[in-house]
Design a protein around this ligand. Structure first.
Ligand code: AHM
Ligand code: MG
Length: 344
């Protein structure tokens, strides 16, 4: 009996990928990207865990295109993830929070039939206090022009086609996920057939399936907003939070999107970074923060909205575009949407 129990180990991510290839052959070509992301996740987890020891806390001394001071680990983790993904030969373009413009990989790609957008180390302002951080990513398919191009198109024309294709709505995602660096390292992933969660087993150095078929609870008991901004919120949101307090909800807010969304997926409730008078579009970036999280939330039975529009329907105009973002348990988010509809 003890032997059987010892052999009854959870499935590894590698085994799960092989299983998916059989069950959903149309997803088979995603396998190298998933494997590369998982490997980068393990490398980043190790860098984050050792940040204090290896003098990797603090600022790099540079500013990204959004005017944010880059941390040493923002820059390093961007390289780790970028190199892991480009080594698959599958990417035509990648877009990152830490890159001013999308990066074309057409010249070095083997097939180049995917586009990836990512935030390599989200919540990095929490890092020096050893608070949870995460990696967020989304993958889309690139169109034909990106691969072969019109016969007469030169490489620069094709590259331009590819770059434009970065601006696809979240509804076009074929895979999205996050890796949470916290008391455990958790890889949450969807390739369009629900959400699966894998935990890094330090004993074998592999992600193993610990959260099969994640479903967000229909309703939760937690709301998660940066309430310091509430004086500048619209009256609907202010009323919504007041009603939650009356219903006895608790408040939890880490200020690390991956941690806050992960808790919302597991325990239920609502998380939001809304627009306000000072920042009408909030803070979170559509392409590599809101859209992948919205994809996971919907795949787990939840809702993700700006309050007025489904996140996955928004067509980006810019790689670093921000959008108000509210997501979570269907009943909790519907309560907010009802107040918005009543106010129109
Ligand atoms: P970052 O990508 O520069 O780390 O910023 C995004 C982070 C999210 O993780 C989090 O939800 C949000 O910023 C918190 O912002 P605030 O400190 O304004 O509450
Ligand atoms: Mg971020």
């Amino acid at each position: 009996v003890r032997l059987r129990a010892a052999l009854d180990l959870p499935m590894t991510l590698g085994q799960w990928v092989l299983q998916q290839e059989r069950q959903h052959p149309e997803t088979a070509d995603l396998a190298p990207l998933i494997t590369a992301t998982a490997t980068a996740g393990k490398q980043i987890a190790s860098l984050v865990a050792r940040a204090g020891v290896s003098n990797l806390t603090g600022l790099q001394g540079s500013v990204n295109v959004q005017g944010e001071e880059q941390k040493k680990l923002d820059v390093l983790t961007n390289e780790v993830l970028k190199n892991a993904l480009r080594s698959t030969g599958k990417l035509g373009v990648l877009a990152s929070e830490e890159e001013n413009e999308p990066v074309s990989l057409m010249e070095e790609a083997y097939t180049g039939d995917f586009i990836a957008a990512f935030d390599p180390l989200d919540g990095s302002s929490n890092l020096d206090a050893a608070i949870a951080t995460g990696t967020i990513f989304g993958v889309m398919r690139s169109g034909e022009h990106c691969l072969t191009g019109p016969e007469d198109a030169d490489i620069s024309q094709r590259q331009m086609q590819c770059l434009v294709q970065t601006l696809q709505p979240g509804a076009n995602l074929v895979a999205a996920g996050y890796i949470l660096y916290s008391s455990s390292v958790i890889f949450m992933l969807s390739i369009g057939h629900g959400v699966q969660g894998f935990s890094l087993d330090p004993a074998i150095g592999e992600f193993v399936l610990t959260h099969p078929d994640v479903r967000v609870p229909e309703r939760g008991k937690i709301y998660s907003f940066n309430e310091a901004n509430s004086d500048n919120w619209d009256p609907v949101l202010q009323e919504y939070i007041r009603s939650m307090k009356k219903k006895g909800y608790s408040s939890r807010y880490i200020g690390s999107l991956v941690g806050d969304v992960h808790r919302t997926l597991i325990y239920g409730g609502v998380f939001g970074y809304p627009g306000d008078k000072k920042n009408p579009n909030g803070k979170l970036r559509l392409l590599y923060e809101c859209a992948p999280m919205a994809y996971l939330m919907e795949q787990a039975g939840g809702i993700a909205t700006t309050g007025k529009q489904r996140i996955l329907d928004i067509v980006p105009r810019d790689v670093h575009q921000r959008e108000p973002f509210i997501c979570g348990s269907p009943r909790d988010v519907e309560d907010l949407l009802k107040i918005y509809q009543g106010s129109m």
